[in-house]
Ligand binder design. Structure first.
Ligand SMILES: [Mg+2]
Length: 158
């Protein structure tokens, strides 16, 4: 079960604390895109996301985007960011995450995975020995869906 327990849980990706990362000797941060940095329908990063990622780079962190989504989605999102990126990453499988960490030239434990999904991002990161950060999904539709699911669960529990 330890593979499903993120090291940090955040409401928003912007709450990521630089000092906390440094304290844990993190040198590279790998971001999921959908529902972590971006709303699902958002083709390109907004100014806030761009500024946030640039600030992290300025602090000395290497940054990459690793998404299970397709080539079009990831390359369009990354067009102006120009970050190392991987699409169809097959998270939670290890090999593509491993590729990025090697490209960073750092150790796995010096890499941090930031994502919204326990069974892809967190599991994928944890089984690699990475530091993991779970961001609560903020897509409205998904939230509504989850609320609906909870109601159904509640109904069945009674
Ligand atoms: Mg996601």
């Amino acid at each position: 079960m330890k593979y499903f327990k993120p090291d940090i849980i955040l409401d928003r990706v912007f709450d990521l604390n630089v000092e906390k990362l440094k304290k844990n000797r993190i040198k590279g941060v790998i971001f999921d895109i959908d529902n972590t940095l971006a709303y699902n329908a958002e083709p390109e990063p907004d100014e806030k996301v761009t500024a946030f990622l640039k600030a992290l780079q300025k602090e000395g962190f290497q940054i990459a985007l690793v998404s299970n989504n397709n080539k079009m989605r990831v390359t369009t999102y990354n067009q102006n960011l120009k970050l190392p990126h991987i699409y169809r990453a097959c998270k939670p499988l290890k090999f593509k995450l491993s590729k990025i960490i090697k490209a960073f030239g750092i150790e796995r434990k010096e890499a941090c995975m930031v994502g919204d999904q326990l069974f892809t991002d967190i599991w994928g990161g944890k089984r690699m020995g990475m530091f993991t950060v779970l961001v609560k999904p903020f897509d409205d539709n998904e939230e509504r869906f989850i609320r609906f699911k909870r109601k159904v669960e509640h109904f069945f529990l009674r």
